[in-house]
Ligand binder design. Structure first.
Ligand code: BEZ
Length: 212
């Protein structure tokens, strides 16, 4: 059965561009982003991997480790990484799993046979430090992903995990947030949100971002 939000991310051991990875051990206490690429030496993936490398400080700041998977060999990955570094003006600074037998791709249901029988779609799994899958994205092979959106969702999840809030449409770090409807006790609300809040409707209460 396909993975769903809240499931434990399946563990695996796989060769990668940086040596053998035992996934859960490699994740440690970090958040993780596992994302797939249809194949090596493909143009869209080249730009995505370059962007991921450039965003390393942003991922580090959020305690996130990123790992890519592509259904080719380690040797192929190492050659491709040289091209990525050259064309994207960066250095790939995270592992790319070598998955020629499609073991990881199958475990994470990254091959959608009605889209393509062999290549993976562009999947993204965001995994929290308790190893739960917190977000799943599936993009077609011809559309590169938006890594600002991936960072934005991580910001939202890390914020909403620690406070009784949810983030509204197009929210970005620093914007006002929504007090969860289940929180009804006025005294608790006052303590949790000392900056105050605006109730547009009883179920729609807006407050400044509490951790800013
Ligand atoms: C790719 O770069 O991965 C790609 C480009 C066009 C169509 C499909 C995949």
């Amino acid at each position: 059965m396909a993975l769903r939000l809240g499931d434990i991310a399946p563990d695996f051991t796989s060769e990668s561009s940086e040596g053998v990875i035992r996934f859960h051990e490699w994740l440690g206490k970090s958040w993780g982003v596992l994302y797939s690429h249809p194949a090596d030496y493909t143009p869209v993936c080249t730009t995505e991997l370059g962007m991921t490398a450039k965003l390393k400080d942003e991922f580090d700041r959020r305690n996130v480790k990123v790992i890519a998977v592509s259904v080719d060999s380690k040797e192929s990955h190492l050659g491709w990484i040289k091209d990525i570094n050259e064309t994207q003006g960066t250095r790939v600074n995270f592992p790319i799993l070598a998955d020629p037998n499609r073991e990881v791709a199958t475990l994470y249901d990254m091959i959608h046979p009605n889209a393509d029988t062999t290549a993976t779609v562009r999947s993204v799994f965001i995994i929290d430090p308790s190893r739960k899958v917190r977000l799943i994205l599936t993009y077609p092979a011809s559309t590169g992903r938006n890594f600002n959106e991936i960072l934005r969702v991580i910001d939202s999840m890390q914020l909403t995990d620690g406070h009784s809030v949810a983030t509204p449409v197009n929210w970005k770090d620093g914007d006002d947030v929504i007090i969860v409807p289940s929180l009804k006790d006025e005294e608790v609300i006052k303590k949790k949100f000392p900056k105050g809040y605006k109730a547009l409707k009883p179920y729609l209460r807006v407050t400044p971002q509490p951790n800013k």
